[in-house]
Design a protein around this ligand. Sequence first.
Ligand code: KG4
Ligand code: ZN
Length: 323
Amino acid sequence: MILAIETSCDDTCAAVVDRGGVIRANVISSQGIHDRYGGVVPEIAARHHLELVDVAVEDALAQAGAGLDDVDLVAVTQGPGLVGALLIGVSEAKALAAARGLPLAPVDHLQGHVAANFLAPDPFEPPFLCLIASGGHTLLARVEDHEGFAVLGATLDDAAGEAFDKGARMLGLGFPGGPALSRLAEGGDPRAVAFPTADGVAGLDFSFAGVKTALLYALRDDPHAERADLAASYEHAIVEQLAVRTERALRDTGLRRLAIGGGVAANRLLRARLAELGVDALHVPPPELCTDNAAMIASAARFVTPLRPEEYLGLDAYATGES
Ligand code: KG4
Ligand code: ZN
C-alpha cells in the first residue's frame, strides 16, 4: 500500500491507496483559520501543517485498518506550492520512510490533479485533455500516458479560483469565495454586465486580471448595482473563458476525451458548459478528489520511479563510497 502526504497549500492531507488505485483512506484537514484574512497566509499554513500532519497520517492509517508495516511506498507532494508548507510534508514523509527503509516517491502537485482521474472505481484512461482550475493554478494539459502531461496553456496572471475568491471578496462574501459567489449568482442575470473574457489573449493561455478589474470598476461606478447580477455576470465570464480555451484545445489536439480537476471543477455552471462541448467522454472526479487531497498524490506515485533512502536522505556519496 502507498501512504501519501500532501501539504502544498492550506489543507493537511494524508491518504492510503493500494497499487490498483483503490482508496483505503483519504483524510483532509482544512485550516479554517485563513478565512478571516481573506486568503491563505503561508506562514500560518506551515505552522498548522506541523500541528496536523502526524494526526492526519495516523487517521489515514487507522481508517485504512493498516499500520506502517503494511506500507511499502511513501509518497509526498514536492511542489509546486508554498515552500514552508511543502517542507512540512516532505520532512514528515522522509522521516516515516527513512525509519522503515522505505522508498519515497516525490510527486508533482499538478500531476496529482491529473492522476485523480486514474483512481478506482472509475479510472479514466489516457489519452485525454485535462483542464485543471484551482485557487493556485489554471492550465490545460495534454495527457498521453500515466507518467506525465504536456502543458498546452496556462494563466498569464491569476488562477481561475483566485479570480472567484477575489471577486467574492469585492462582493463582500467570505473565503473561499467560489462556492459563495456561485450561490449568489444563481439568482442573477449572467447577461447583465458584459465582463471581459480575455479574447485578446490568443492561443490556449488564460488571463483573469481583466475580469477582476472590470468588477472593481463596476462596483465603483455603481455601488448600488444588483449584487446577484454582478455575481452571475462575473461567473459567466470566468466560465466562458475556461470553456472557450478548452474547446480550442480539443479542436487543436483532436482529442475527444476531457477530464477536469481542481477546486473550480466543483462549479456547476462550468460542468454544464463543458458538457455542451460534445466530447466523447467527460470525466469529473468526485468533489473530494477534485480539490487538494493526498489520494491523488498516491495515485500519481504509482507511476513515479521512487527514491531509495540513500537518495532522498542526500547520503549518496557515503552510501556508495563514491564522491
Ligand atoms: O483545488 P483547490 O481546493 O485548492 C487549490 O489548490 O487552490 O481549489 C480551491 C479553489 C478556491 O479558489 C475556490 O474558490 C474554488 O476552488 N472553488 C470554486 C467552487 N468551489 C471551489 N470556484 C467556483 N465555483 C465553485 N463551486
Ligand atoms: Zn491543487
